[in-house]
Design a protein around this ligand. Structure first.
Ligand SMILES: Cc1cc2nc3c(=O)[nH]c(=O)nc-3n(C[C@H](O)[C@H](O)[C@H](O)COP(=O)(O)OP(=O)(O)OC[C@H]3O[C@@H](n4cnc5c(N)ncnc54)[C@H](O)[C@@H]3O)c2cc1C
Length: 503
C-alpha cells in the first residue's frame, strides 16, 4: 500500500546522520527551556503496586504529543499503551490509502514550540529545503516516518501490543484500575488519570450499514477501513458508497488494481465544494471552543453534519484520471440483494449490479462498541441530558455524545460516579463538546495544551492537602552563613565578618 513513486522526494546525501544531529539539537533545545524541570507530583501509594500519574491509551500522534507535553510540565510518571505493533500506530500505514495528508503542510503543534522538533525541519533535513518548498502536502508514509523519529528523539515511554480492555475505579480512593492484555496475558494497572487518545473511531466503530452487510456473503462487502485485498478485485465491477476522501482513495486503489469499473455512489445532488474545517481553523476558535454556549456548539456540530466537507482535490483528480470510474450523484443505496452470483442494488437511478461493494461510510458513533468503555459509558453525562435543542435541530446521535468538561474530562451522570472525571476523552467522543477539529492534526496546537492543563491541574489539586505541610517541612539551605552570623551582626561593629556568597 505504498504511494506513487513520483511523490517520494530523494533524500539528501548524509540524511541519516543529519537527522541524528537534528534529534540531538531538538533535545538540547528542550533542555534549555526545561526550567523548572523538577518533578512535582507526589508518588501515589497502593500496597507496593506502581501507580502511573497518567496512563495514555493510544500512541498515535495525539498520545505521543500529550506524553511529551506532560513530561515538559514535570510529569514524568506517564506511560503510553498501544495495541498496535511499534511504529504502526494510527491509520497512516494501515487503511489510509491517500498519497498525502489532507492537512496543509504548515501544520504544527507537536513540536512544543521548538522548530528543531517540527516536521518542517525534519523534512528539510532529510530531503532538502527545496523539497519542502516544492511540496504541496506531506506524503502520508513520510508523516508516519516523522512520528517514529519524534517518538525516538524524545524516548517516549510507549508500550506496544498492549490493549486496554476496561477502565474502572480502583479499590484505592482516587485511583483508576486499567485492565490490559498483551500477548494473551491480562493484568490490571493503576493510574490516577487516563487519557483516551484512541483516534477517530475511539467513540464507536467503522461499520457497514446493516441493510448492506446483512444480505451479502463475507468477502463481497467491505468497509473502507478493512484490510482489502485489492488484487482480488481485478476485472470486477465494484460499487463504492460515499463521497468523502476515503471513497475516492479506495476507488483509486480498486482501479489501479485492474478492476473493470467503479461506480462511486452518493446521496447528495453534488459533491460538497466548501470545506468548513478551513473556516474554523483560527487560534481563537480552536483555543476557546469549549467555552462556547451549548446552543452554539450544538448548532456547529449540526452544521458540520449537514454540509460535510469536500473530498481532497488530489484524491478527486487521481480518481477522475483513471478509466472505469463513474460518479453517481443522487444515487443513495435503497435496498441490497444477493442474487447468488452478484450484488443487485436498488437506487434512484435504477438497479446497479456489482461483484463487490466498498462502504466508505465512516464510523458509527457508539460508545458501547468500545470494550474499554464498557464500565464507563453508561455512567457519563450525555448531551441529551444537558441540553434540549429546538425540535427542528434535534439529533439522536449528537445527543448521545458525551458532555465533556473544559479539559476533555468525562462528567458523571450521578455524583457517586465522580471517578469518570479522571478519564479524558481526547478522541472522537469530543466532537460536540470541543468541536469537529479538535483532535485532528490542525487542532493539536490549541487542543493539546488544554488537555494537558486539565491533567496537571487535576494532579496538582489532588495534592492540595499536603501543600502546606510540604512547605513547612521544606529545609533546603540556599544562603549558607556561619552559625554565629546573627550574633556577630546583631549590632554595628567596626570589623564585621564578611558575608560568604554560597554561589
Ligand atoms: C483515511 C483517513 C485519513 C485521515 N487523514 C487525516 C489528515 O490528513 N489530517 C488529519 O488531521 N486527520 C486525518 N485523519 C483523521 C486521523 O485519524 C486523525 O487526525 C489522527 O489519526 C488522530 O491521531 P490520534 O493519535 O488521535 O489517533 P490515531 O492516530 O488513530 O491513534 C489511535 C491509537 O490508539 C490505539 N488504540 C485504540 N484503542 C486502543 C485500546 N483499547 N488499547 C490500546 N490501544 C488502542 C490504536 O492502535 C491507535 O494506534 C484521517 C483519518 C482517516 C481514517
Amino acid at each position: 500500500m505504498g504511494h506513487p513513486p513520483a511523490l517520494l522526494p530523494t533524500e539528501v546525501r548524509g540524511a541519516e546522520q543529519a537527522l541524528a544531529a537534528l534529534a540531538v539539537q531538538a533535545r538540547a533545545e528542550l533542555a534549555a527551556l526545561a526550567y523548572p524541570e523538577r518533578a512535582w507530583v507526589q508518588p501515589a501509594r497502593a500496597d507496593g503496586a506502581h501507580v502511573h500519574d497518567v496512563l495514555i491509551v493510544g500512541g498515535g500522534q495525539s498520545g505521543l504529543t500529550a506524553c511529551a507535553m506532560l513530561q515538559a510540565q514535570g510529569v514524568a510518571n506517564v506511560a503510553v499503551l498501544d495495541r498496535a505493533r511499534a511504529g504502526s500506530e494510527g491509520v497512516w500505514e494501515s487503511f489510509a490509502r491517500m498519497p498525502e495528508l489532507r492537512t496543509p503542510k504548515q501544520l504544527n503543534g507537536m513540536e512544543l514550540g521548538l522548530p528543531a522538533l517540527g516536521v518542517q525541519r525534519w523534512y528539510a533535513t532529510r530531503f532538502g529545503a527545496a523539497a519542502w518548498q516544492g511540496m504541496d502536502r506531506i506524503p502520508r508514509t513520510l508523516w508516519m516516518d516523522y512520528l517514529r523519529w519524534y517518538r525516538a528523539t524524545l524516548a517516549l515511554p510507549v508500550e506496544n501490543e498492549v490493549e486496554v480492555l476496561d477502565l474502572r475505579p480502583a479499590p484505592q480512593p482516587g485511583l483508576l484500575a486499567v485492565d490490559t492484555r498483551s500477548h494473551g496475558h491480562t493484568r490490571t494497572r493503576l493510574a490516577r488519570l487516563v487519557v483516551l487518545a484512541t483516534g477517530s473511531d475511539g467513540a464507536g466503530a467503522w461499520r457497514v450499514p446493516a441493510f448492506i452487510a446483512a444480505p451479502l456473503p463475507a468477502g463481497r462487502c467491505h468497509h473502507s477501513s478493512d484490510a482489502i485485498d485489492f488484487s482480488a478485485l481485478r476485472g470486477q465491477r465494484v460499487g463504492v458508497l460515499g463521497h468523502g476522501a476515503s471513497a475516492f482513495d479506495n476507488a483509486v486503489a480498486v482501479l489501479e488494481a485492474g478492476a473493470q469499473s467503479v461506480d462511486l455512489c452518493f446521496r447528495r445532488d453534488r459533491l460538497p465544494r466548501i470545506n468548513p474545517h478551513r473556516h474554523i481553523e483560527t487560534a481563537g476558535l480552536m483555543t476557546h471552543y469549549a467555552r462556547l454556549g451549548d446552543a452554539t456548539r450544538w448548532q456547529v456540530a449540526r452544521h458540520f453534519r449537514d454540509v460535510d466537507q469536500p473530498p481532497p482535490r488530489g484524491s478527486v483528480r487521481r480518481a477522475l484520471a483513471l478509466p472505469g470510474l463513474r460518479l453517481r450523484a443522487a444515487c443513495g443505496w435503497q435496498q441490497v440483494h444477493w442474487s447468488g452470483q452478484d450484488i443487485a442494488i436498488d437506487t434512484p437511478q435504477g438497479e446497479l449490479r456489482f461483484d463487490h461493494v466498498i462502504c466508505a461510510t465512516g464510523q458509527a458513533f457508539d460508545l458501547a462498541a468500545r470494550p474499554e468503555l464498557q464500565t464507563l459509558a453508561p455512567r457519563v453525562a450525555r448531551w441529551h441530558q444537558r441540553y434540549a435543542p429546538p425540535p427542528a435541530q434535534a439529533s439522536e446521535t449528537l445527543g448521545a455524545h458525551p458532555y465533556l468538561g473544559e479539559h476533555y474530562e468525562f462528567l458523571p451522570q450521578q455524583a457517586a460516579d465522580d471517578w469518570v472525571t479522571r478519564v479524558f476523552a481526547f478522541n472522537s467522543a469530543s466532537y460536540v463538546s470541543h468541536g469537529p477539529h479538535s483532535t485532528s492534526i490542525s487542532g493539536h496546537k490549541h487542543a493539546l495544551p488544554r488537555l494537558v492543563r486539565g491533567l496537571t491541574q487535576r494532579l496538582f489539586l489532588d495534592q492540595e492537602g499536603t501543600l502546606l505541610e510540604g512547605l513547612q517541612r521544606y529545609a533546603e539551605v540556599e544562603l549558607e552563613l556561619p552559625d554565629d552570623f546573627e550574633a556577630a551582626h546583631s549590632a554595628p561593629t567596626e570589623h564585621a565578618a564578611p558575608l560568604r556568597d554560597p554561589a
